[in-house]
Design a protein around this ligand. Structure first.
Ligand code: KG4
Ligand code: ZN
Length: 337
């Protein structure tokens, strides 16, 4: 079965072809980062217009470069939520219309299921067997999930306020690092001195698997204000602060992952979503899991952040199992638990 995947929930236009026997055969991504940079964040209306402009040529390019035709498609999967409603609408209308014209099934996919399954896409490593614990860390979500099979998910814990990626972005903004903040803050932290500042590890002193990251942002702001007032905020100090922030987020995530593995008795941990690209997080989780006799799985760096491949893959699994949108298709869900 050859499935076209379409991702347009935020500021990346991602399309890909997944073949259920051959694996991922092609993918293409267009990032709107430059478009939104001058506004310091994603402008929803501009995002929708840019997806509209880019979708058709990107799918054409995907097919041409991989030597496929539209007629070879057996199904189309698109992101149906959560995300920006206008942006979701462009990918959904495009995918549904194309499926209708080609008389093939279409299916709306939960964006976070796409992220969750992204590590299974990687053909260079043995995919994790079910069941496993997944840590989903993106711009909108921080969740620990027990995954028993595709579609069988139990939420173990989540952020009660900001998501980890959101905390990175907001903290980067108040350090004047601009947009996209997360990766810039992570790059600055690499130059930081370890241990010069130590920030709190929120909600680790009580039982449970929920997270809270908004306090860390305020803590960073207070720290930076004090340093500025006493004229100590040079470039190295800024990097030291970035390190302390990143280390606090990473350490908190690691503590909760350990707890989730202990609680479920599982040994396999999958991490996915934009923040899973963070090098420090990857290293810390790798050594922690090694120490516990467990194993950690990541998506390839290109599939940590939003992409069409993860939607094509999640769609292929579900379409193969016989699922498809009914007529009329369900409403899109900008908020989708
Ligand atoms: O999964 P994603 O591309 O989009 C959402 O579904 O939200 O995640 C984007 C988030 C942003 O908050 C971005 O700042 C964060 O992932 N991010 C990172 C890194 N790369 C992306 N955060 C920390 N370190 C990184 N290297
Ligand atoms: Zn995402």
């Amino acid at each position: 079965m050859l499935v076209l995947g379409i991702e347009t929930s935020c500021d990346e236009t991602g399309v890909a072809l997944y073949d259920t026997t051959r694996g991922l055969v092609a993918d293409a991504l267009y990032s709107q980062v430059e478009l939104h940079e001058r506004y310091g964040g994603v402008v929803p209306e501009l995002a929708s217009r840019d997806h509209l402009r880019k979708l058709s040529p990107l799918v054409r390019q995907l097919l041409d470069e991989s030597g496929h035709t539209l007629q070879q498609l057996d199904g189309i999967a698109y992101t149906a939520g959560p995300g920006l409603i206008g942006a979701l609408m462009t990918g959904a209308c495009f995918g549904r219309s194309l499926a209708f014209a080609l008389q093939i099934p279409a299916l709306g996919i939960h964006h976070m299921e796409g992220h969750l399954l992204a590590p299974l896409l990687d053909q260079t490593q043995t995919p994790p067997e079910f069941p496993f614990v997944a840590l989903l860390v993106s711009g909108g979500h921080t969740q620990l999930i027990q995954v028993d099979a595709i579609g069988e998910y139990t939420l173990l814990g989540e952020s009660v306020d900001d998501a980890a990626g959101e905390a990175f972005d907001k903290t980067a903004k108040l350090l004047d690092l601009g947009y996209p903040g997360g990766p810039r803050l992570a790059r600055l932290a690499e130059q930081g001195t370890r241990g010069r500042f130590r920030f709190p590890r929120p909600m680790t002193d009580r039982p449970g698997l929920d997270f809270s990251f908004s306090g860390l942002k305020t803590h960073t702001l207070t720290c930076v204000k004090q340093l500025r007032e006493t004229d100590q905020l040079d470039q190295q100090t800024l990097a030291d602060v970035a390190w302390a922030f990143q280390d606090a987020v990473v350490d908190t995530l690691v503590i909760k992952c350990k707890r989730a593995l202990k609680q479920t008795g599982l040994k396999r941990l999958v991490i996915a979503g934009g923040v899973s690209a963070n090098q420090h997080l990857r290293e810390q989780l790798r050594s922690t899991l090694q120490g516990m006799g467990g194993e950690v799985y990541y998506p390839a760096p290109a599939y940590c952040t939003d992409n069409g491949a993860m939607i094509a893959y999640a769609g292929a699994c579900r379409l193969l199992a016989g699922q498809q949108d009914q007529s009329p298709p369900p409403a899109l869900r900008p908020r989708w638990p």
